[in-house]
Design a protein around this ligand. Structure first.
Ligand code: SPD
Length: 343
């Protein structure tokens, strides 16, 4: 009898435990992959006694299409600034209540003034800055120019990839031709198309995710990719090197936003505020190797991180680099061009 009672008590305790766990509030976030340190998520769950479900995407257009298509249930999203602007204009995301985000005081004011699209943080909070550049396997790739023209080099035919990202690859082709990254001039776009078609002969594919494993395993010898993701590979495989094209690169920022209809609004604000605290921001810089838009976090960087190539981009390349903007109606021209050049 005593054994049966003990068993019943144990079952009741287990039920009570799982019941509590199941009833915890849950935050659903939809973000770029390899961008948030798992320990930041765990710390947030512990601090706010909640669960966080993380879904990932590898393209702004995938995020846009999913939310536009009616996906509900997300509380926080992470588009690049130019896509956040589109989503705000289309009322897909909400204006922010800044009184709930005290850590905005750590956001770098120079970035907001000089580069941000949403300078007042009306609907978005900047997370990390991303450059699109080139990584190559220094054991197999020698004597390359410091230029986007490397994609025209048939020595590496079939062993290179270009980003499956409309603005990045069209932008690289425009920069290569000496035009502005955000050009919507028809003649300049036609020239960029010609360049991409020429590069396409040599690339294995357009890709925005598998290039990391591809360059790490030796499947590819040269890839166009996002700076922090490439730095993550280099941290494990030091024979992979970065190349910053002399013609200049794209600069973009990925932002925190809240979709219309978010169910856990208070928790969404807490999450964005938490991710903007200097300690958490630097934890994520160390994890992702991207550069947080957080002046205080930058003061807390380790020497190792400070010495990463992505933190030491040559000034002459930075001077020629440009921020990707929202092109409004002219985006259509780019989508058309992209459809024409994609493999
Ligand atoms: N793994 C994180 C990738 C972040 C990419 N930023 C997007 C830039 C889009 N142009």
């Amino acid at each position: 009898m005593k054994k049966i009672l003990t068993l019943i008590l144990a079952c009741l305790c287990a039920l009570a435990f799982w019941g509590c766990k199941g009833s915890k509030p849950t935050l659903h976030i939809y973000v770029w992959s390899d961008y948030i340190a798992p320990e930041s998520i765990e710390q947030f769950e512990e601090k706010f006694n909640c669960r966080v479900i993380v879904d990932t995407f590898d393209k702004n257009e995938a995020l846009y299409a999913k939310i536009k298509g009616g996906a509900v249930g997300y509380d926080v999203l992470q588009p690049s600034s130019y896509m956040a602007k589109v989503m705000f204009d289309e009322k897909m995301i909400i204006p922010l209540d800044k009184s709930k985000l005290p850590n905005l005081k750590y956001v770098n004011p120079k970035y907001l003034k000089d580069s941000a699209i949403d300078k007042e943080m009306l609907y978005s909070v900047p997370y990390m800055i991303c450059y699109a550049c080139v990584a190559y396997d220094s054991n197999k790739v020698k004597d390359i120019p410091q230029s986007w023209s490397v994609f025209a080099d048939s020595r590496f035919k079939g062993r290179m990839t270009l980003l499956d990202d409309i603005h990045e690859t069209i932008g690289a082709a425009l920069k290569y031709n000496g035009f502005e990254l955000n050009s919507v001039d028809d003649a300049e776009l036609a020239k960029a198309k010609e360049t991409i078609l020429n590069w396409r002969k040599n690339v294995a594919k357009f890709d925005a995710e598998a290039y990391k494993t591809g360059i790490a395993t030796g499947e590819f010898v040269l890839v166009h990719g996002y700076s922090g993701d490439l730095a993550q590979v280099i941290a494990e495989k030091p024979h992979i090197k970065l190349m910053f094209p002399k013609e200049g690169m794209s600069i973009s920022c990925d932002d925190w936003v809240i979709p219309q209809g978010a169910k856990n609004l208070d928790l969404a604000y807490e999450f964005i505020n938490f991710m903007t605290s200097p300690e958490v921001a630097v934890q994520n810089m160390e994890f992702s190797q991207y550069d947080a838009v957080n002046w205080k976090a930058r003061e807390l960087m380790s020497d190792e991180l400070k010495n990463m190539p992505t933190m030491n981009i040559p000034a002459e390349v930075l001077e020629k680099s440009e921020v990707i903007k929202d092109l409004g109606e002219n985006n259509k021209k780019r989508y058309k061009l992209w459809d024409e050049v994609k493999l």
